[in-house]
Design a protein around this ligand. Structure first.
Ligand code: WTA
Length: 654
């Protein structure tokens, strides 16, 4: 087989229909979804214009919907003016001023409830403080904070005055922070004296000081939130305590009415090569998809308590914590700590305590918690939960089934949402009151999203179960606008093929005989074994379906005869096997994969470790694993790894 077509070897035939009870109350019923899709097909721009008028409060209404005169730099609603913070907060005050906007819980168990009125006042005071420190519309502000309400307040305050925020995840190192500050030429840094995670203090201010000692000349002021009892140094003139800068500030702050296309934020993605890319998002288009996906996919209603466990340092924490659910007038839960402190029941305890109705997390978290057994979730009353979601990577059917039975008690639909930092919001996902789900599939495109799978020539692949490039054929409101300061990189990365007609997601995918989408992995991760092109995800899924395996990562290693040999890195349910036990296990797993998929997919080499090298956002570092599999020297920087010690194990040294 040549070109991009990828052999699919995995079959999953179980079907799950939403319960009659869920459907009865669902916002979108089958006919509603059909009508939305039909409208989008018949009049694409008209569809999005309707949505934008319905869901956004405009200060100046737009008259132009899509401007594609400078494609692929698309503009949406470009003569309209609005303000994102106004749409997230002010417009709810008339009816819902006392409604809880944020339920916060810290790792030690301290809780705080913040109403929409309080959120408004605190955002306004902080926005006034930013203005007082000379931050203007269009200036970049870097936010490097723990997962506390003030992180959302800082983001909303930037939005209120038209400043562009760039949130840097608190787990990033000083060097990563410096690179991001320097690339954006940020004038202000907002941080904290420390955060708590996993029982330890994260030294944010110290890292920030280190970053600023080696660059960051553009930074004029630093605002520091007091969050821990940590001793830090404050530099006179440059560093200010949060409590001091808001002291005496007015709790009214006139929003800056920005153009729909004015940037709301930058978010840097590491990518597999080269320097981080500053993904630039717009104001109105971004907010629109954030709102509609919260309504369509999370079925968000007035009385929901929505908990998305993502940190605000990631896109998921932007769209489904800081912006979308607030714009929809919902109540969100924010948690600062780690899911296993004090034990593996923490998430479930919090679901019970805060009466969470919608719970959204990553497959890696589900697998990690699944490993501790059913007894933890079974200790708590999870009956408030009505909908579950996943994001970030394909969920293997085993984890899906556990989520469905042990957490959802077979009552709750699961929305497996496929999207990217660059798409801004969900693209492929079930609509919970309508879609019949299949474990491991993100099912279908949402209304207004023109998604296809194409071959090397850009032609649609109609044959079932043949993988190809996942593309989006029409622009959509929340799409990435450019790479900050580098228009060419935007074009080269996202529109390199098919004459620049389609957005290239960089993932491979297939459709099954019923038209369901299945993500097969990143295009760069496809293995070529004796002329068969295999998606790494399918082999990983087969491995984790073995009862002894908790997590698996599969990569290729150059092979003289086969082209590539398959190397699997495994974390076991029990202790890491060594010696004879490891040999036995290797044989068993090879056979298992042979049975599940076929001999072609049997790993040539299997190694066991206590953990897999992951980025701070929980993504497996495949490039590093490929280096290890090939026995090459590691030259990339592994200091930002969540668990550096496992590298030696994977190399076979310990
Ligand atoms: C992967 C996270 C399979 C995919 C929102 C994508 C997924 C990348 C899914 C984007 C899913 C995300 N099923 N794969 N439901 N969701 N991915 O930018 O490879 O951190 O391209 O955005 O994660 O990761 P990012």
């Amino acid at each position: 087989m040549s070109g991009i077509e990828i052999n699919s070897v995995l079959t999953e035939n179980r079907l799950f229909e939403p319960s009659a009870e869920f459907v009865a109350k669902a916002r979108l019923k089958p006919d509603d979804l059909k009508a939305l899709k039909q409208r989008a097909e018949e009049d694409y721009e008209g569809f999005w214009a309707d949505q934008a008028r319905e869901h956004i409060d405009w200060q100046t209404p737009f008259t132009r919907t899509l401007d594609d005169s400078n494609a692929p730099h698309f503009k949406w609603f470009s003569d309209g003016r609005m303000n994102v913070s106004y749409n997230c907060i002010d417009r709810h005050l008339e009816k819902n001023a006392d409604k809880t906007a944020i339920i916060f819980e810290g790792e030690p168990g301290d809780t705080r409830h913040i109403s929409y009125q309080q959120l408004h006042d605190q955002v306004c005071q902080f926005a006034n403080a930013l203005r007082a420190k000379g931050v203007n519309k269009g200036d970049r502000v870097v936010i490097y904070m723990p997962m506390v309400p003030e992180a959302v307040i800082a983001m909303q305050a930037c939005a209120r005055i038209g400043a562009i925020h760039s949130v840097v995840f608190g787990g990033f190192s000083a060097d990563s922070l410096r690179d991001r500050i320097d690339d954006a030429r940020a004038v202000m840094l907002i941080t904290a004296d420390g955060g708590t995670r996993g029982g330890k203090t994260v030294d944010l201010k110290e890292a920030a000081d280190k970053a600023m000692s080696k660059g960051c000349e553009s930074i004029q002021n630093v605002i520091v939130l007091k969050r821990s009892a940590h001793d830090i140094t404050m530099q006179e003139g440059r560093d200010h305590w949060w409590s001091d800068v808001v002291d005496g500030m007015d709790s009214h702050c006139e929003p800056e009415w920005v153009n729909a296309e004015d940037p709301l934020f930058l978010l840097y993605t590491s990518g597999s090569t080269g320097k981080p890319k500053g993904i630039q998002h717009s104001s109105a288009g971004y907010l629109l998809n954030a709102i509609v996906t919260n309504l369509w996919v999370f079925d968000l209603n007035d009385d929901d308590i929505f908990w998305c466990t993502a940190d605000v340092g990631w896109i998921t924490g932007h769209t489904y914590v800081a912006y979308g659910p607030l714009a929809a007038g919902s109540t969100i839960v924010m948690f600062e700590g780690a899911p296993v402190i004090p034990d593996a029941g923490r998430f479930w305890k919090m679901c019970e305590q805060h009466k969470v109705t919608i719970f959204y997390t990553a497959p890696t978290a589900i697998r990690a918690l699944m490993k501790f057994g059913d007894e933890y979730p079974n200790r708590y009353d999870l009956s408030s939960i009505r909908l579950l979601g996943t994001v970030g990577e394909p969920i293997n059917p085993e984890a899906w089934m556990w989520y469905h039975t042990v957490i959802g008690k077979e009552r709750c639909p699961i929305v497996d949402t496929w999207w990217q930092t660059e798409t801004g919001a969900h693209v492929l996902s079930p609509v919970p009151g309508v879609t019949v789900t299949k474990p491991g599939s993100c099912t279908f495109a949402l209304p207004g999203m023109d998604v296809d799978i194409v071959n090397e020539e850009g032609e649609s692949i109609t044959e079932a179960n043949t993988g190809g490039y996942l593309v989006i054929r029409k622009p959509w409101p929340s799409m990435v606008r450019t790479v900050w300061g580098d228009d060419q990189r935007y074009i080269d990365t996202y529109f390199p093929k098919f004459g620049g007609r389609y957005y290239l997601a960089g993932d491979s995918a297939r459709r099954d005989e019923d038209g369901y989408f299945w993500i097969m992995g990143r295009i760069d991760d496809v293995l070529n074994v004796s002329g068969h092109r295999l998606g790494t995800m399918e082999i990983e899924s087969a491995l984790v379906s073995h009862k002894a395996v908790v997590e698996a990562a599969v990569v290729g290693r150059p092979h003289d005869v086969k082209g590539e040999a398959i190397v699997a890195f495994i974390i076991c349910q029990n202790e890491r096997p060594v010696g004879e036990e490891a040999e036995k296990m290797v044989a068993e797993l090879r056979n298992w994969v042979g049975e599940q998929i076929g001999a072609i997919a049997k790993p040539d080499d299997i190694r066991f470790a206590d953990g897999l090298p992951k980025t701070r956002s929980g993504k497996i570092m495949r490039r590093l694993l490929r280096t290890i599999a090939a026995g090459e020297e590691i030259t990339s920087d592994i200091s930002t790894l969540e668990n550096e010690a496992v590298v030696a194990q994977l190399q076979g040294e310990t």
